[in-house]
Design a protein around this ligand. Structure first.
Ligand SMILES: Nc1ncnc2c1ncn2[C@@H]1O[C@H](COP(=O)(O)OP(=O)(O)OP(=O)(O)O)[C@@H](O)[C@H]1O
Ligand SMILES: [Mg+2]
Length: 261
């Protein structure tokens, strides 16, 4: 008789630590970080500036190695960027190639993998998802900061990833674009079944999007708390943000984010 095995989580982190050498010795940036990301889940991670959010995301993305502890992707130890995982970086200006058009930037991750027709389709639909279909021939330096960030998001979407790792992706956007992209992201999860690690310092955004909200806190940074968001999967910008559960969590997280570990 075969014993059914529980499926591996998308990502599993166990007691992960990260230190870097600096002139004065060693700087411990992360310590004892443990969490799992489930299939189709949006895990929001909130934390104050400098707590190690970007460092953590770069490790999960396989771009830098942790100093200690374990990181696996679908049960396999991570030793480089895993296939099917796309990253949206906090620093959009450095993430885009200034000498390539908007369409050229969105093509970056897919041009060697698909036919020209498939690439053109993917670029067009990713650009229309972020509302930039009329800027395909512009260069990044001809766009506003918010528009450049949307190009980067389109580049990630063109990959049709099964996991998106996002580092404060909407921080530079105006309120209207931000809420429409938040809803687009929820729709995408429902349609494609993708999973997300969503990093933000915006508590309300973390709750609105998250199935769970984890708090990164302390020096070195660690996941100090993790809360399920009891709001169901259907969210809307007005009703959800006024729900008692939303307000309760918001109040709690305001206290938790700054408290010392
Ligand atoms: N290569 C490095 N060398 C030295 N210190 C580093 C290095 N990378 C990160 N740090 C330090 O680690 C800490 C965490 O940085 P990180 O960018 O991960 O924080 P963050 O939570 O993303 O901050 P923010 O919200 O401002 O984006 C900071 O104190 C930073 O100075
Ligand atoms: Mg950061």
């Amino acid at each position: 008789m075969s014993v059914a095995q529980a499926p591996s989580p998308v990502f599993a982190l166990r007691d992960l630590g990260y230190s870097v050498s600096i002139r004065e010795g060693v700087r411990e940036i992360l310590a004892g970080v443990s969490f799992e990301l489930a299939e189709r889940e949006i895990l929001s991670i909130v934390g104050a500036s400098g707590t190690g959010k970007t460092s953590l995301l770069r490790i999960v993305a396989g771009l830098v190695a942790q100093s200690s502890g374990e990181l696996s992707f679908r049960g396999v130890p991570v030793s480089g960027p895993p296939l099917g995982v796309a990253v949206v970086f906090q620093d959009y200006a450095n993430a885009l190639l200034q000498w390539r058009t908007v369409a050229g930037n969105v093509l970056l991750g897919i041009e060697r993998r698909f036919s020209r027709a498939e690439c053109n389709d993917r670029v067009a639909s990713a650009l229309s998802l972020v509302g930039l279909e009329r800027h395909a021939r512009d260069y990044p330096w001809q766009l506003s900061g918010g528009m450049q960030q949307r190009v980067q998001i389109a580049r990630a979407l063109a990959l049709a990833p099964s996991v998106l790792l996002m580092d404060e992706p909407f921080a530079s956007l105006d309120a209207l674009t931000k809420s429409s992209l938040q809803d687009e992201m929820l729709r995408l999860r429902d349609e494609t079944g993708a999973s997300f690690v969503f990093i933000t310092h915006d508590i309300e955004e973390a709750i609105y999007l998250g199935d769970r909200v984890a708090v990164l806190r302390g020096r070195p940074g660690t996941i100090a708390e993790c809360h399920p968001v009891g709001l169901g999967r259907e969210r809307d910008q007005v009703g959800t943000r006024a729900a008692p559960e939303f307000l309760r969590l918001r109040q709690h997280l305001h206290g938790a984010i700054g408290a010392h570990a």
